[in-house]
Design a protein around this ligand. Structure first.
Ligand SMILES: C[C@](O)(C(=O)O)[C@H](CC(=O)O)C(=O)O
Length: 321
């Protein structure tokens, strides 16, 4: 069982071995080991959204799977992004600042127990600090949509066991068990509680109760789930869960707060507006003041890259850009 805060995987003889703990995962475990503080993780969906969020000084990021599907494939969150799409995006985001832990959506682990274990290994190798695995079928959908189908409790238990066993091969990656039972066919509040308790017994490091409906239900969930294990709340405007602030979530007892769509909700109207104005006027919008290529590239680390080149004796940028 991966215990929050110890920073060690407990290797198992036959398994694939890694060279040592992943710093970002260890950092996330440290953050989760302080019961007085919740982890604040804004959603990012690609390299530039991660850059913009990092510049604001967050100490953790959340890679949204829905956002990955939309930004990388132009598709809604209907299980169309596969493991390869997801691990690639997660690796890009996690590599931008390896000292800042990234919690990444890993959907249902993309198949059976072997796929789940492989997903955990690949995310760990990509530098992801934590990931969540849910109990929907492979043809999944966003947790806040109707018509979700669950795998059985037994199968879910096997998947969480597989994720924990892969984690224990020597990485510190934080395994977050998610249950979508609350608003799925044949599920319900009690079923989510039962599944998350089971996941905690198996060895999950944290729990994600998807689609909690209402503040009272949030409080009830915290009361019913094991005290010694962090619980994540997923806040989406227009979703099932009430939009509460970080402080309110923390007060209720949540230990990880994610806002998957905060960046996308800002970006999409901005893009729509810019493309509309360009089409209508034949010119890009004058407001906000265009940043220009260097300004945009600065957001993506241009200055650091130029400094790196100079530090190793290069002159590629000696007369500026
Ligand atoms: C958290 C989530 O898995 C995500 O991809 O960000 C989604 C968000 C969404 O599609 O509303 C989920 O809640 O299923």
């Amino acid at each position: 069982m991966g215990s929050i805060g110890n920073g060690n995987g407990n290797g198992n003889g036959n398994a694939v071995r890694f060279n040592g703990p992943i710093p970002a995962a260890r950092r996330l475990r440290q953050m989760l080991s302080d019961p007085r503080k919740a982890v604040f993780a804004p959603g990012v969906y690609d390299g530039i959204s991660a850059r913009v969020a990092l510049a604001q000084g967050y100490d953790c990021l959340y890679m949204t799977g829905a956002g990955t599907s939309m930004s990388c494939l132009g598709m809604p969150d209907l299980g169309l992004a596969n493991g390869t799409d997801m691990v690639r995006n997660a690796g890009i985001i996690a590599s931008l600042d390896p000292s800042i832990p990234v919690i990444a959506d890993a959907d249902m682990g993309y198949g059976g127990t072997l796929n789940v274990a492989n997903t955990v290994r690949q995310y760990a190798r990509a530098g992801v600090a934590g990931l969540h695995i849910e109990d929907q079928v492979v043809a999944k959908r966003c947790g806040h949509l109707a018509g979700k189908t669950l795998i059985s409790r037994e199968e879910y238990a096997n998947h969480i066991r597989a994720a924990c066993k892969a984690r224990d091969e020597g990485t510190d990656i934080v395994v977050i068990a998610r249950s979508d039972a609350r608003n799925a066919e044949g599920g319900g509040f009690e079923e989510s509680v039962a599944r998350l308790r089971l996941a905690a017994e198996i060895g999950a490091d944290a729990l994600f109760f998807e689609a909690l409906a209402g503040v009272d239900e949030c409080k009830e969930a915290i009361k019913l789930l094991p005290r010694n294990i962090p619980v994540l709340i997923n806040i989406i405007a227009g979703g099932k869960t009430p939009v509460i602030s970080f402080d309110e979530a923390q007060q209720i007892g949540f230990r990880i707060v994610i806002w998957p769509f905060v960046g996308l909700e800002a970006a999409v109207p901005g893009l729509e507006n810019a493309y509309r104005i360009l089409k209508k006027t034949g010119k890009p919008p004058a407001e906000p003041t265009p940043m220009g290529p260097a300004g945009l590239f600065d957001v993506c680390g241009l200055q650091d890259l130029m400094a790196f080149d100079a530090a190793v004796g290069g002159s590629a940028f000696s007369s500026g850009v």
